[in-house]
Design a binder for this molecule. Structure first.
Ligand code: ARG
Length: 577
């Protein structure tokens, strides 16, 4: 539709120039005035001419009538002037033929805004904290982040996906103490990150017990943890080796989940990488007179921008989360020369990003407008709360495993070969979780319901994939891709063609608003349009050859667009379910 809308605007701009004179209204202005009427009996595209009357100094009725006489385009079945509106009715057959031809010509590029060429985007997402659980709270950053990467790639941007691992900080002091006290190498080799988390949980509980027992005294374990972390910071060999091992064990575990989701990162430079890159930025802040000392700590005062102070150095001189983010952004700008740097985190971190973005601006870095924070809401499971320190969390890998095993049980009768069944269950199970999550506006708080996510007849991932598989089976039976003939098309086919034509607009909006859910909802619209077409129209069995060919061609176009759209939200498109 967008293409036709643009075409209509161009056409009207010419008509306005020839009827009323040059330079009165630009194509963009006319484009902005065009509407999709809510009731298609009024036309498929409409121009409310009162919006032009000021510029053209005429009545809307007069404008509408004069333009009606001037406009000519084979894709319109009729152009009518009604009460100051210019209503365009599209010719379904010509329109569908053009849409299908576009899909055919562009293939898996159909829908791309193609405006990213020569530009670089770095995306910082997923970024779990090593040795803490990789839990359902990370689902958002992982799948929104990856979908944004795929969307930008689709638009032609050069994309760099960065996993900014939380691989540094006092938690490693605790973990080292816990490991030395209670740990065992084999257990961790066998049990992986879960065992690290157990140690982490155990020491946190032990510290809490110590603090509860003698509230006025420092916890010995907490002191020991700080001491071990300081040793680590000073390059103690034993601690460094342990730290590297903890990171490797954790990463190996995360990789399994990334693999299920088809995610690969271009860089795993975590927080530890920036240790020696912070002093330069701290010195610059100091030299520029931006640092103030507040109760011993070094801060940047952001009162003028209505934000609390941004902490740069603690009283003991150690660096903080914002310090590292500033150093990392500078490093990334120098390394990748990005046009945009996107950070996907929970909305709980919005203030943190607003603060350090402002500090980067104050430091005079002219690339600060390219910094984008993309926040998202909270996730709970069947109402359950999440807590890291107590270990009472739903792990991402368990969530996916559960979804996969349930799909396996549902599909095992249809697919007796266990390997084939397992492969399908993985695609469908993982897809169900992703689709469910990405169906909502990212800022909405979500309560995850596995039953709902896995249902085959709701607005779910399985339903979307099933529809895709259905297009595959129709095409297989048809034995070809069909071809648009000039047989007249009915309402249902026309609606499907219109839906296919809307894909480019939805993709652009998803990129502009950093909102993958727009693609998810588009998939549901397209699936609904196709299923209606499938139920109401004979496709392969249609007796009229010309109509049959057109219908097969529409199915092939749907198949292409569904595959592209599913890919953009990190989903696979199995040909059979
Ligand atoms: N590791 C952090 C966390 O789990 C997220 C990091 C987000 N990225 C960043 N550049 N701060 O909360």
């Amino acid at each position: 539709m967008l293409i036709l809308k643009k075409k209509t605007a161009a056409l009207l701009a010419e008509c306005v120039a020839s009827k009323f004179g040059e330079g009165l209204l630009s194509e963009e202005e006319i484009f902005a005035g065009l509407e999709y009427p809510p009731d298609s009996s009024m036309g498929d595209i409409a121009l409310p001419c009162f919006k032009l009357s000021k510029a053209l100094r005429r009545s809307p009725v007069d404008i509408a009538e004069q333009l009606r006489d001037a406009v000519q385009c084979e894709e319109f079945a009729s152009v009518e002037a009604v009460k100051g509106y210019l209503n365009f009715k599209i010719d379904p057959t010509a329109f569908a033929a053009r849409v299908v031809a576009d899909v055919d010509r562009l293939g898996d590029k159909y829908g791309s805004p193609m405006n990213g060429e020569g530009k670089t985007v770095v995306l910082d997402y997923s970024s779990p904290n090593v040795a803490k659980p990789f839990h359902i709270g990370h689902l958002g950053t992982t799948v929104i982040g990856h979908s944004l990467k795929l969307l930008h790639e689709f638009a032609g941007y050069n994309c760099v996906g960065i996993n900014y691992l939380g691989d540094w900080g006092t938690q490693f002091g605790k973990l080292i103490v816990a490991y030395k006290l209670w740990g065992n190498k084999e257990t961790i080799v066998d049990g992986g990150v879960d065992e690290l988390v157990k140690l982490y949980v155990r020491i946190n509980n032990a510290i809490k017990d110590e603090e509860d027992a003698s509230p006025d005294k420092h916890s010995d374990l907490a002191d020991a943890s700080r001491a071990e972390f300081t040793k680590l910071e000073h390059g103690d060999e034993e601690n460094l080796a342990l730290w590297r091992w903890f990171v490797d064990v954790s990463l190996a575990e995360y990789q399994k989940t990334y693999q299920l989701l088809g995610i690969e990162f271009d860089s795993y430079k975590g927080e530890s990488f920036y240790t020696d890159k912070m002093p330069e930025q701290v010195n610059k802040l100091r030299d520029m007179g931006l640092l103030e000392i507040d109760d011993g700590a070094s801060i940047v005062n952001l009162e003028k921008w209505n934000m609390p102070v941004c902490l740069i150095l603690k009283r003991d001189g150690s660096t903080l989360y914002p310090t590292r983010d500033i150093a990392a952004a500078v490093y990334r700008q120098r390394t990748y020369n990005f046009d945009k740097a996107i950070y996907v985190t929970s909305a709980a971190q919005s203030l943190h990003f607003a603060q350090w973005f402002k500090v980067v601006e104050l430091m005079g870095y002219d690339w600060y407008p390219g910094l984008v924070h993309v926040p998202y809401g909270t996730v709970s499971i069947n109402g359950a709360k999440l807590a890291t320190r107590t270990g009472n969390v739903v792990l991402l890998k368990d969530l996916f495993a559960e979804a996969i095993s349930r799909v396996y049980d549902i599909t095992k009768e249809k697919h007796p070969d266990p390997e084939e069944c397992r492969a399908i269950a993985e695609k469908v199970g993982v897809g169900a979780v992703v689709f469910y999550y990405l169906s909502n506006n990212r800022m909405r708080d979500i309560n995850f319901m596995m039953e709902d996510a896995l249902s085959f007849d709701g607005n779910t991932g399985p339903y979307a994939q099933y529809t895709y598989a259905r297009t595959c089976s129709v095409l297989e039976r048809a034995g070809g891709k069909g071809r648009m003939s000039d047989a007249p098309l009915g309402e249902v086919e026309f609606e499907l063609a219109k839906c296919i034509s809307r894909f480019p607009e939805r993709v652009s909006a998803a990129i502009d608003e950093y909102e993958p859910s727009l693609v998810t909802r588009y998939i549901l619209d397209l699936a609904a349009a196709f299923n209606r077409f499938y139920h109401e129209c004979k496709i392969v069995n249609c007796e009229d050859e010309a109509v049959r060919e057109s219908r097969i061609a529409l199915t092939a176009a749907t198949n292409q667009v569904l595959r592209t759209a599913l890919h953009l939200i990190c989903m696979q498109s199995p040909e059979k379910i």
